[in-house]
Design a protein around this ligand. Structure first.
Ligand code: NDP
Ligand code: GDR
Length: 381
């Protein structure tokens, strides 16, 4: 008899998919993942988990698929017969959702319905538990803080509106068909493998490039936005805990602490011994270097001449503003603490430190390759 639980993760190539796959494999699960076909490899985050398809008894198996394709989802769910489905796949970028609203609705909204329907049509509602990646973006325009499971929703982007549909269809299927399906209302969570266009990773990557002399400054959007940032590693544990309860319920997962984008920038530069000060307002705001810890820079092997006192390292580009912004997110994780026994282990400072160190390491690799002449291969000459 197979003792191993079987999980299916959609969005396995993404930040959370990678952390969750690693977490479940350590717990002895057989992990199946849904992966989109891409023209270049995009499995960097899970390459360390890859197993040769020619060996027996694999516990990590990828399947080509897409949340916009019902028949494909039905087939994969039928073949894998999962005990748990983690629906993490989504067009997850809020700003991009204004450019691709219809696709975002299809993948993020109807995609969730397709998963629920597949489980219902296959007659496995009493076997298969479903986790839905809901989001603090549902709260949108501030109604109250901190935001809890009781706070009303007011979505402010096509992404959030699509996720609102997903949230309610999960609740509806739970009530209508007695399914074990639940929403994790997760606040922002980051890591060294966060997508490079989300603000935290954009900042830590830029800090690394600036101090290595590979870039002069970084252009950002709204520096006053406030987010409740945690670490993805802590948050995937909460996803799993939500599926191990007697009764399916929805939970807020957050740290309870909020920070501005501006402060995140300052903390990131501080990691490498650079103090910056912001001045000006709105589109004219900028961040300038006011102090350098030369000892720290030297201990990190960074040439202090790459960052000069008075250098502008942050500028605002209104192109990154959103048509409708979410100004303030701060979550109340008390229900999760009490019912799931969940606590975040990472502080914001530890998160920033890990991200900056990782990006320094990565950018150094780029620097070495460039110096060695291995950075550009022009196939088209
Ligand atoms: P990522 O953007 O890093 O990963 C998204 C994943 O979804 C990728 O694997 C991507 O594939 C896949 N995907 C996108 N569109 C489709 C599609 N049509 N069919 C199949 N797969 C698709 O997101 P995160 O890991 O950060 O987030 C995971 C989930 O949690 C998302 O649903 C997100 O909206 C939600 N969420 C995230 C939070 C956060 O702070 N990180 C907070 C709250 C919710 P590919 O690699 O091919 O692009
Ligand atoms: P968010 O994350 O929209 O909260 O969605 P993001 O990091 O993109 O933005 C956070 C805040 O920073 C402001 N900002 C910028 N954002 C980006 N991307 N680029 C910039 O240059 C920039 N400058 C300022 C934004 O305006 C915003 O206020 C993330 C995603 O992971 C969603 O999938 C998830 O649901 C939510 O978190 C919770």
């Amino acid at each position: 008899m197979n003792q191993h639980k079987v999980a299916l993760i959609t969005g396995i190539t993404g930040q959370d998919g990678a952390y969750l796959a690693e977490f479940l494999l350590k717990k002895g699960y057989i992990v199946h993942g849904l992966k989109r076909r891409t023209s270049l490899f995009n499995t960097d985050r899970i390459d360390h988990l890859y197993q040769d398809p020619h060996v027996d008894n694999r516990n990590f198996i990828l399947h080509y698929g897409d949340l916009t394709d019902s028949t494909n989802l039905i087939r994969i769910i039928q073949e894998t017969q999962p005990d748990e489905i983690y629906n993490l796949a989504a067009q997850s970028h809020v700003k991009v959702s204004f450019d691709t609203p219809e696709y975002t609705a299809n993948a993020d909204g109807i995609g969730t319905l397709r998963i629920l329907e597949a489980v219902r049509l296959l007659g496995i509602t009493q076997k298969t538990k479903i986790y839905q990646a809901s989001t603090s973006e549902l709260y949108g325009l501030v109604q109250e803080v901190p935001q809890s499971e009781q706070t009303p929703f007011y979505p402010r982007s096509p992404y959030a509106v699509a996720k609102l549909y997903a949230y309610w269809i999960v609740v509806n299927y739970r009530e209508a068909y007695n399914m074990y399906a639940c929403n994790g209302i997760l606040f922002n969570h980051e890591s060294p493998v966060r997508g490079e266009t989300f603000v935290t990773r954009k900042i830590t990557r830029a800090v690394a490039k600036i101090v290595l002399g590979l870039q002069q400054k970084v252009y950002l959007g709204n520096l006053s936005a406030q987010r409740d940032w945690g670490h993805a590693k802590d948050y995937v544990e909460a996803m799993w805990l939500m599926l191990q309860q007697e009764v399916a319920e929805d939970f807020v997962i957050a740290t309870g602490i909020t920070t501005t984008v501006r402060e995140f920038v300052r903390l990131s530069f501080q990691q490498v011994g650079i103090e910056i000060e912001f001045s000006g307002k709105g589109e004219r705001e900028k961040g300038v270097v006011i102090d350098r810890d030369e000892e720290l820079l030297a201990s990190l092997g960074i040439d202090k001449e790459h960052v000069k006192l008075g250098q502008t390292v942050v500028k605002v580009d209104p192109a990154y503003f959103r048509p409708t912004e979410v100004d303030l997110l701060i979550g109340d994780p008390n229900k999760a603490k009490q019912k799931l026994g969940w606590e975040p282990k990472y502080t914001l400072e530890a998160l920033v430190q890990e991200m900056v160190q990782s990006d320094l390491h990565l950018m150094r690799k780029d620097e070495y390759l460039k110096k060695g002449g291995f950075d550009t291969l022009n196939y088209f000459e």
